[in-house]
Write a protein that binds this ligand. Structure first.
Ligand SMILES: Nc1nc2c(ncn2[C@@H]2O[C@H](COP(=O)(O)OP(=O)(O)OP(=O)(O)O)[C@@H](O)[C@H]2O)c(=O)[nH]1
Ligand SMILES: [Mg+2]
Length: 413
């Protein structure tokens, strides 16, 4: 669908993305139709003449499913189904089906079910409108239909509440785990779907998580230690990818999975630089980060798949446009080593490692350390004094400087 203000080049990229989404569901695309319109038709979005053309083309190509690259309302889906005699899906429905298909863990499955029920709630009104049209007579009258809608909606709402309770429990368990990880530095991979996050995760942690050329291969958060010795321990997390116009219900229900992002000390924002639309993918990622409240976390832009880019100046142009960014190929070991070094450098510049000795009776001092430091170790050997081994940011160090252990070397601040 092309409206007067739409860019036809972007439309082609969007259609290619829809084709990739369908491929992830195992649906092959056999044909595409673009309609130019001045405005959208409320009853079925597309003009009725065009609907006939689409129906004929679908028949000729033997297509069983028609997918519209816009969000459709329940009545629009019903009207289009009646007119074309084909199954109709919209973009949100396709994304939700991929999420359902790829969800492996209880958390992901629960989140997908909540999203599906929340998307279905408004549709339930529509399912019974044919009974309204039949009038009061017949076996199932208007009031029966309405009663049924109410029963179905109440059941769905009850189920949503139950699932949300389960999610709270899963989240509690996860918080307990993450508390035990408080002393480690946390780095999170974020970015558009298929940008290469899991490939980077595997390369940096010697992991073997599923990375493949498919949208939304990863739906859960995975955490692993970055491989290295003699350095402060760092945890890397990988999570669900983002996409343009991610259905709001999915963002909402995946918020607990995205907690790893909110807890991170640093975000590695991965961009597939070989993609025609990488700028818009970067903007989408930033938009989702803002939506989940992660804007305050420092970011290193990681421009990935540089091996697929022919322009020899791309690397330099990007580094100028995004200071501190890094261009890599996740498939090249030397690039992964450089990325790891960039992460260490970030923390070396931002954090100071030192020891603070706080009197055990000084509750305010102890809380100050807990609130402002990444605690690497605590020594309770002396009854009157706790010696904390910490990472503290350069900005917060002055607040704690009076507690600095006297025997330590002076700091180069
Ligand atoms: N040529 C090339 N391909 C890459 C590179 N990094 C990743 N890929 C490929 O890109 C595809 C997607 O990689 P993933 O690591 O699964 O991407 P992701 O961001 O985790 O994707 P989702 O989990 O689906 O959101 C895979 O086929 C990878 O092999 C790279 O640097 N160069
Ligand atoms: Mg992945």
């Amino acid at each position: 669908m092309l409206l007067p203000n739409d860019d036809s080049k972007i439309l082609q990229v969007d259609l290619a993305e829809l084709e990739s989404l369908l491929k992830a569901l195992g649906i092959a695309t056999v044909g595409q139709i673009v309609q130019k319109r001045v405005k959208l038709t409320p009853s079925c979005l597309i003009g009725t003449g065009k609907v006939d053309e689409i129906r004929d083309l679908a028949r000729a190509l033997g297509a069983g499913v028609l997918v519209v690259d816009r969000a459709l309302s329940p009545p629009q889906i019903r009207n289009l189904e009646l007119m074309t005699k084909c199954k109709i899906m919209d973009r949100n429905g396709v994304i939700l089906d991929i999420f359902s298909q790829n969800a492996c863990t209880t958390a992901a499955k629960t989140q997908v079910e909540i999203a599906r029920l929340e998307m279905m709630l408004p549709r339930m009104v529509g399912q019974w409108t044919h009974l309204h049209r039949q009038g009061g007579g017949g076996a199932v009258g208007r009031s029966d239909g309405e009663k049924q809608i109410e029963v179905d909606r109440r059941r769905a709402r009850d189920r949503i509440l139950k699932l949300k309770d389960q999610l709270v429990q899963i989240s509690r368990d996860r918080i307990t785990q993450s508390k035990s990880r408080r002393k480690e530095i946390k780095v999170a991979l974020v970015g558009y779907t298929n940008s290469g996050k899991t490939t980077i995760m595997n390369a940096m942690t010697n992991g073997s998580f599923l990375a493949k050329d498919a949208l939304f291969a990863t739906l859960d958060s995975n955490v692993r230690t970055i491989e290295a010795t003699g350095r402060p321990k760092m945890l890397l997390s990988d999570t669900v990818g983002f996409i343009r116009n991610l259905p709001h219900t999915l963002v909402e229900s995946f918020k607990s999975t995205l907690d790893h992002v909110l807890e991170a000390d640093l975000l590695l924002l991965v961009v597939d630089i070989a993609h025609d639309n990488y700028r818009s993918q970067l903007e989408t990622t930033k938009g989702v980060l803002a939506e989940i409240g992660a804007t305050g976390i420092p970011v290193i832009h990681v421009f990935n798949k540089i091996d697929q880019v022919e322009d020899p100046f791309m690397d330099r142009v990007l580094r100028l446009a995004y200071p501190g960014s890094i261009c890599i190929s996740a498939h090249k070991n030397e690039d992964i080593v450089r990325l790891r070094e960039s992460v260490y450098k970030f923390f070396a510049v931002s954090f100071i490692r030192c020891k603070f000795a706080v009197p055990s009776s000084d509750q305010a001092g102890v809380s100050l350390v807990y609130q402002n430091c990444t605690i690497l170790g605590a020594d309770y050997e002396r009854q009157d004094l706790i010696v904390f081994d910490v990472h503290v940011t350069r900005e917060t160090y002055p607040k704690l400087a009076p507690y600095r252990l006297q025997t330590e070397e002076p700091l180069a601040l």
